[in-house]
Ligand binder design. Sequence first.
Ligand SMILES: Nc1nc2c(c(=O)[nH]1)N[C@H]1C(S)=C(S)[C@@H](COP(=O)(O)O)O[C@H]1N2
Ligand SMILES: [Mo]
Length: 168
Amino acid sequence: MNVLILRTKTIFSAGLTIGLYLLTFVGHAQALTISGEVSKPLTLQSADLKAMTHTDVTAKDRDGKDHTYSGVPLVDLLKQAGATLGSELRGENLTKYVVIKAIDGYEIVFALAEIDPEFATRTIILADTVDGGPLAQGVGPYRVVVPGEKKPARWIREVKSIDVRFAK
Ligand SMILES: Nc1nc2c(c(=O)[nH]1)N[C@H]1C(S)=C(S)[C@@H](COP(=O)(O)O)O[C@H]1N2
Ligand SMILES: [Mo]
């Protein structure tokens, strides 16, 4: 009887361990949602992002060394979700902004016009690799990289969602 309980416990804790490992893995393969003021709300898996055209951004990190981030321009992600960009970015659509949220609750904002290449001179990306490899745990799987910004405070780590809103 006691042996049976012990075995059950062993099997249970083994299952729990495997479950936790799987969770870590699934957590790293985090999906990205794009929602709000868009015509086609989306959930992208890491394979979907990987398949999209990437742009490189080289910038200095906290270590003072150059690192090359590769990622999908935010404009392409938002276009895929049907955000009002390009010729549609005028009038009241210019009051739209994008809220990007991270797993730890950190949030940052860009005006839609900061992301549109007809306005912006820089390309903001959602990076999925740095120097050819995946982003570190606690940074990735996705991080926003903003070229030319003096402070990296909007380089939001562990991005989980992008929400387009009207400022009214
Ligand atoms: N998810 C998340 N991203 C974040 C932050 C945060 O607290 N949470 N802090 C920001 C701030 S204020 C800075 S200065 C940079 C620091 O980036 P680093 O840790 O790569 O140097 O990350 C930014 N991205
Ligand atoms: Mo910061």
